[in-house]
Structures are given as structure tokens and as C-alpha cells.
Design a protein around this ligand. Structure first.
Ligand SMILES: [Zn+2]
Length: 266
């Protein structure tokens, strides 16, 4: 695969007009700030380590050049504005987590243990507000993968397909406020909150949180996943074919990240 150099010549993925000159966060910086103990009420501090992209810094939140400063700031002030309040507990203790509406939505086996993936249980309009944010994160991760120097024939084939163009347009329409049913088959995304024990099982350090993203599929790109601290995003990007077993895909990716972490710390 041809390696695309990381220059400022990229065009903003949102407006498709201006130069992508913003340090765009795939995951909003508010999450890092909150978990890093910048907010005094938080009580506990965490560091982050980025996995599986050698071209990005492995500390902090990576900031690929995806958008122009105007679009980056507009999305931050609209789609992302209320999200920390809806998603992040006031403190990292069990009582604060219990105050958020969460239910168990996916169950599987990880590390020989049965694990559940709690999801947020908001009514409208918050449910759609969260969905727009989750699609925004997954869509940015997909664009970050598209400009990554990873040698992946599966990714190249996807980025050259009509499905990608359709998905890109439909995702932007949904993020901008369109109803999901009018957005060309955009899949409702999943956002799960992982148990701290599971996250620590990946990083082997309860105060170091993993951040990573990737495209998932066996022979074709099926979904994009983003892990940031205690949150895991799953978004199906192939509308045309039946999805492989979601639980298996999700757990396989987490297992892959755990192995990657073990190698980094070896
Ligand atoms: Zn722009």
C-alpha cells in the first residue's frame, strides 16, 4: 500500500473545502481531562496509552489532522457539548456510575470469565444525542484509519468502494441532525461502558487506560471500533451483507489489544 505522508494538504473531512489544519481529536479531549483528574471532583487520575498505530504518539490523545479549525470547533460546540454530562460519571466510584442510566446489553466470555457490556439507556432526545456523538467518533476514527500508513488491503478496498462514499455522506447527514431513517442505512451505533476490571485486564494497570481504534472484519471491513478508557464504540459500516457474530468480533478485538499491550510492556 502506498504510504500517504502526513502533511497539511489534507482537506477537512466535514466541509470538504478548507485545509485540515486543526489538531482534531477522534475522542473529545473532555474525556481525557476528566479522567486525568484535571477536574478536582474526580478524585482519581488516569493516564492514557495509545495502541496499534506507530505513526501516532502513544501518550495522550492522538490528534490527526482531519478537520479545519472552524468545523472542529463547531462540532465540539454542538454534537459533543452535552456528552460528558451524559456519559462520564461525576466520580469514578460505583455510586456515581449507578446514577447514570445503564443496562447490560451484550454478554460474552473474555479471559475465561463471563463479561457483560453495559449500554446507556436514555430516552429521547438524549438517546439520539448520544448516537450522533458515537457516530461522529467512529466516523473520525474511520477517516483517521483512511490516512494511516497501515498496510491493509481490506482497508484500501473499502476506501475505494462505493459503499464508503455512501457511508461518508450518510454519516455526515446524521451527525448534522438528520433522522437515522433518512440517512441511507446508517447503522445505530453501540456505546458500551466497560467494567474497570476488564479495562485493567487489557492494560494490566488499573490507572493506565487504553485508547485505540481500528476497522474490523475478516475479509472485508465490517465495522469500526474505538476504545477510550472505559468506553467502547462499535459501529457497523457494511450495510450490504449480514454482520458476523458481533460479540465474537468485539471480544476478539479486545483480546488483540490485550496482546498488543502485553508486547508493549514486555
Ligand atoms: Zn471544515
Amino acid at each position: 500500500m502506498e504510504t500517504k505522508p502526513r502533511t497539511s494538504k489534507y482537506i477537512c473531512i466535514w466541509c470538504n473545502l478548507k485545509e485540515a489544519d486543526a489538531d482534531s481529536h477522534v475522542v473529545p479531549n473532555a474525556f481525557r481531562k476528566k479522567l486525568w483528574g484535571v477536574e478536582p471532583r474526580n478524585g482519581k487520575t488516569f493516564s492514557f496509552k495509545y495502541l496499534d498505530r506507530t505513526d501516532l504518539p502513544n501518550q495522550d490523545f492522538p490528534k490527526p489532522h482531519l478537520m479545519c479549525k472552524g468545523c472542529d470547533s463547531n462540532l465540539g460546540g454542538t454534537v459533543e457539548k452535552n456528552i460528558p454530562r451524559l456519559i462520564i460519571p461525576k466520580s469514578m466510584n460505583a455510586e456515581s456510575w449507578d446514577k447514570l442510566p445503564i443496562y447490560n446489553s451484550l454478554v460474552g466470555t473474555f479471559d475465561g470469565e463471563e463479561v457483560s457490556f453495559p449500554a446507556y439507556d436514555y430516552g429521547e432526545p438524549e438517546a439520539t444525542e448520544v448516537d450522533r456523538f458515537v457516530v461522529l467518533v467512529a466516523w473520525r476514527a474511520l477517516h483517521a484509519e483512511a490516512i494511516s500508513p497501515k498496510d491493509s488491503t481490506m482497508l484500501v478496498a473499502f476506501m475505494e468502494s462505493p459503499s464508503w462514499i455512501r457511508l461518508d455522506q450518510s454519516a455526515r447527514k446524521f451527525i448534522a441532525g438528520g433522522a437515522l431513517r433518512d440517512c441511507g442505512g446508517v447503522a445505530r451505533p453501540d456505546l458500551w461502558r466497560l467494567d474497570p476490571e476488564m479495562v485493567a485486564g487489557i492494560s494490566k494497570d488499573s490507572e493506565e487506560l487504553p485508547i485505540s481504534w481500528g476497522v474490523i472484519g475478516e475479509s472485508k471491513v465490517e465495522a469500526v471500533m474505538v476504545l477510550f478508557g472505559f468506553w467502547l464504540v462499535f459501529w457497523r459500516v457494511n450495510f450490504d451483507e449480514p454482520l458476523s457474530d458481533k460479540t465474537r468480533i468485539v471480544l476478539a478485538w479486545l483480546g488483540f489489544l490485550r496482546k498488543h499491550y502485553a508486547k508493549m510492556n514486555a
